[in-house]
Ligand binder design. Structure first.
Ligand code: PLP
Length: 381
């Protein structure tokens, strides 16, 4: 039986052509025309003035946080339901991640819990758009104004997703995720809508942050004196080879987004009538891209996501579990963080949630087979 993979990237002739150019010309490291073009095109696509390409989405977060020049002990509010990269980028300079639970329908951070977590040490809020659906950004941007905080937007999972800003006021505007906060980050890992294999980007509206990000990704080399350092940076450079792949993929951005939206809607149509399954939503203020098509099993089914995944594998369907909350991570608890804190929504969806095959290369026939398998597992318990 052929296993349907949870993700499979899709490449075309343009990727081969652009990568071929890197090989033919010898521009294979972190200089070359594709890097700058990719930075320009991606930042323009997201509506941000500056883009700084880096080695992955984790390093993008590290660079973004370091651009803000925060002090040890400063607090950053983030969702517990996210990847460890978010917490890592805060604790590495002595910062303190402060958590909120997630919204039970979008699975993004519950923005109504944020103000209650603000203290005199709070410096930033880090919204993380989850599985293709935007966070409700307006309330966060209002809090950021009120308390003078940075908004660091982790847009790794929402390439091309849009948010209707200003819906409580008189002027509304659809804006792309990654163009909403003060500084934002992306991942271009192989399972993302646009991939560079490994890769990431920091976007910012501020020239000084862009310059600092460029310096941090390149070991803080100084322009005036080579090999003389006044700050510690990293080698987080993206290669021209990687940028070549990303730029080639960007030519198909419209088609990729349409395909993903088709996939999400096709899954929902086929799974809607199965009892006990919570499907992804699309709020009226969001255009989501279904990066990964998630499901949450109702506890009344008497089955958790691990058991569900095991049964789906037997039917040839690969899945991935949902995130485990930051407050349940031993490595963070050992540092004295989040002692005794409970986040019931994140805990439940971590136990009961998984995502189905969602790659750009997924065919309609495969999607039908996944839906039949889901139906079989739920109805033949
Ligand atoms: C929300 C979020 N942030 C950051 C990352 C880290 O990206 P990378 O795997 O490129 O380091 C990911 C990875 O998928 C992610 O989902």
């Amino acid at each position: 039986m052929e296993m349907i993979p949870v993700n499979e990237p899709l490449f075309g002739d343009r990727e081969l052509e652009f990568v071929g150019e890197c090989i033919r010309t010898g521009w294979i490291s972190s200089s070359g025309r594709f890097i700058e073009e990719f930075e320009e095109q991606w930042s323009a696509f997201c509506g941000m003035p500056h883009g700084v390409a880096v080695s992955n989405g984790t390093t993008a977060l590290q660079v973004a946080l370091r651009c803000l020049e925060l002090e040890p002990g400063d607090e950053v509010i983030m969702p517990t339901f996210t990847i460890i990269s978010c917490a890592l980028a805060v604790v590495e300079w002595g910062g303190v991640p402060v958590l909120v639970d997630c919204d039970p329908s979008t699975w993004c951070m519950d923005v109504s819990q944020v103000e209650g977590k603000i203290t005199p040490r709070t410096r930033a809020i880090m919204p993380v758009h989850i599985y293709g659906h935007p966070v409700d950004m307006d309330p966060l941007l209002a809090l950021a104004d009120k308390y003078n905080l940075f908004v660091v937007e982790d847009a790794a999972e929402v390439h091309g997703a849009e948010y209707l800003s200003g819906r409580h006021g008189t002027v509304t505007k659809w804006k792309r995720c990654g163009g909403l906060g003060h500084i934002s980050t992306f991942s271009f890992y192989a399972n993302k809508l646009i991939t560079t294999g490994e890769g990431g980007m920091v976007l910012t509206a501020r020239q000084d942050h862009a310059e600092r990000a460029r310096s941090l990704r390149n070991l803080c080399f100084r322009r005036d004196r080579r090999f003389y350092h006044t700050d510690l940076g990293y080698n987080f450079r993206m290669t021209n080879l990687q940028a070549a792949i990303g730029l080639a993929q960007m030519e198909r951005m419209g088609a990729i987004i349409s395909r993903k939206r088709w996939m999400g809607q096709a899954y929902s149509e086929r799974l809607r009538d199965i009892p006990g399954l919570q499907l992804p939503v699309e709020e009226p203020w969001a255009r989501q891209v279904y990066w990964m098509y998630g499901l949450v099993l109702d506890e009344s089914l008497g089955m958790d996501a691990r058991e569900f995944a095991r049964r789906l594998v037997d039917l040839g369907v690969e899945t991935r579990p949902f995130f485990l909350g930051m407050h349940e991570q031993p490595v963070l608890l050992e540092r004295g963080l989040f002692r005794g804190e409970r986040y019931p929504v994140a805990e439940r969806i971590a136990r009961q949630g998984l995502y189905l095959p969602s790659g750009v290369a997924l065919t309609e026939d495969q999607l039908d087979r996944v839906c039949e398998a889901v139906r079989q597992v739920i109805t033949c318990r």
